[in-house]
Design a protein around this ligand. Structure first.
Ligand code: IPM
Ligand code: MG
Length: 359
């Protein structure tokens, strides 16, 4: 079967890291273990530059006809002055909404070799392996009404709406419980049920869904406490499920526990398991074009793509193993470099993964 892939390099370091991820897929194509048809399209600032829109119609059509999408990153300072609907981030949000990518999986795994890159003591993070399941198409990100209005007094007032329906909560709840069943059967649901009604309902629905998963130990935590626990004793967590805005914040914190945000992939899935895969770091405009960005998060995003959308778990395992191998061999991009290691640029890191795959 030939997989139809859409490649969205995006902005900043996006094109550089995506090129390395494609080298990895091409290893499988060349050895005959994978077959793909690829299309490339612009998104974010690149979409605005090419077509005047962060999510151009041509990109939308290709996205809706793909089995999976690989995205680099979006955003850059040159776009910050654009009207809000034209900003790169809006392209990403439009893609998520358009394809119904409600389930965002953000693993935070610590590679033993990188334990010293974490800002926490090695013993607190050794063997860390958390999966954050973030709801991605609801909450205050999409809730109406929203806007900035001018009051009669002349003062302006900005407002957004936090909203979740029972079916939205139930859907992400089931996804999270299913994932917990395949891991250590521990799920922590994060909310702010002591203050926000939308998340009071969240907790109620999670408890109800949990009745269908008697083997999973469900716990609840307020988001402020969760933020504290993540940096105090992160290994208490296995799977965490939370809403869009809390997940945005907690997943960045969890990422940093692992030493570098440059290492972590993510998957965004819809109900038919079509997925969009991207590194969780941003477009890093400060190092764009310098050929020093870490491509491993994007390469690991390809592994997630093979696993979750393309049914190629064996190839996914091989990529993950190859990444471990290059770390053991001492290859490091600047973001994860420590004294005595072999400092390499973006392309050399990609080549090292390719060599490990071929070995
Ligand atoms: C993320 C990013 C996005 C978000 C931005 C770029 C819209 O921070 O994927 O976490 O807030 O969801
Ligand atoms: Mg974020």
């Amino acid at each position: 079967m030939t997989s139809k892939l859409l490649i969205l390099p995006g902005d900043g370091i996006g094109p550089e890291i995506v090129a390395e991820a494609m080298k990895v897929l091409n290893v499988f194509v060349q050895e005959g273990s994978f077959s793909m048809e690829t299309e490339y399209a612009p998104i974010g600032g690149a979409g605005y530059d090419a077509e005047g829109q962060p999510y151009p119609e041509s990109t939308r059509r290709l996205a809706n006809a793909s089995d999976a999408i690989l995205l680099g990153a979006v955003g850059g300072p040159q776009y910050d002055k654009l009207d809000r609907p034209l900003r790169p981030e809006r392209g990403l949000l439009a893609l998520r909404a358009d394809l119904g990518l409600y389930a965002n999986l953000r693993p935070a795994m610590l590679y033993e070799e990188l334990a010293s890159a974490s800002s926490l003591k090695p013993e607190l993070v050794a063997n860390l392996d958390i999966m954050i399941v973030r709801e991605l198409t609801g909450d205050i990100y999409f809730g109406q009404p929203r806007g900035i209005e001018t009051l009669a007094s002349g003062e302006r007032r900005g407002f957004n709406t936090m909203v979740y329906t029972e079916s939205e909560i139930e859907r992400i709840g089931r996804t999270a419980f299913d994932i917990a069943m395949k891991r250590n059967k521990k799920l922590c649901s994060v909310d702010k049920a002591n203050v926000l009604e939308a998340t009071e309902l969240w907790r109620e629905v999670m408890i109800r869904v949990g009745k269908d998963y008697p083997e999973v130990e469900l716990s609840h935590m307020y988001v402020d406490n969760a933020a504290m626990q993540l940096v105090r004793a992160p290994k208490q967590f296995d799977v965490v499920v939370t809403g869009n805005i809390f997940g945005d914040i907690l997943s960045d914190a969890a990422a940093m526990l692992t030493g570098s945000i440059g290492m972590l992939p993510s998957a965004s899935l819809n109900e038919s398991r079509v997925g969009m895969y991207e590194p969780i770091h941003g477009s890093a405009p400060d190092i764009a074009g310098k050929r020093i960005a870490n491509p491993l998060a994007t390469i690991l995003s390809v592994a997630m793509m093979l696993r979750y959308s393309l049914n190629q778990a064996v190839l996914a395992d091989r990529i993950e193993k190859a990444v471990k191998t290059v770390l053991t061999q001492g290859y490091r991009t600047g973001d994860i470099y420590t004294e005595g290691m072999n400092k390499v640029g973006t392309a050399a890191m990609g080549d090292a993964v390719v060599a490990a795959l071929r070995a």
